[in-house]
Design a protein. Sequence first.
Length: 230
Amino acid sequence: MAKLMLFDIDGTLTRTENGYLPFNQAIFETFGIAGDIRSVVPDGNTDPLIVKDIFARAKIDIEISSEVWERFTANLQSCYRRHVQQGSTAVRALPGAAELLGEIAHGTGYGVSVVTGNFEVTAQVKLEAAGLSAYLSRGAYASDSAHRPDLPVIAKARWEQFVGRTIGFEDCVIIGDTPNDLTAARQNQMKCVLVGTGRYPVEELVYWRPDACWADLSDTQCVLTALGNL
Ligand SMILES: [Mg+2]
């Protein structure tokens, strides 16, 4: 049966070391303000809302035009590229992520794409740095909407256009690491699996009652069987 797997990036497929360096630098270059992403909980949020949270926490009242958002996005992309190239920021695939994506893409015929709170350009930098970009078709990003529950239907439509056929919402599975991933799935009548490789341990994720919950993605065969049975 056809299925579409929609992966979150941060905490699900990849982990970034010192990701605050390019993020904070992009804030400073764009707004001239020394905002700090470490002052907020970014997990499961989208980049535009993370920026707004940072300013709200610092009690900075600022209107951000679409032009300024474009400048921030470009700055974030170039800062990320620079820090990754210099080695001051590292993006690594989480255990089992590459093996699982390879198996799904080549061994099952399922579609594989992303639903992420990153802007598309920074998602690309992260996935390339982690060696995962080749497995994933174009999905949905914070550059499409800052409201995460808007994203699954966009990713689904892009995949349908890419392969030239439609798929039911019930045959789409969101794989994420936060309650926000689950909310986005449920609001779109999609299935949801949560993994404990981000901020939240499995015991906490189970409480939110996803369709399945794993410590990580390292047991490829077990994960594939479970995804097939959803
Ligand atoms: Mg995440």
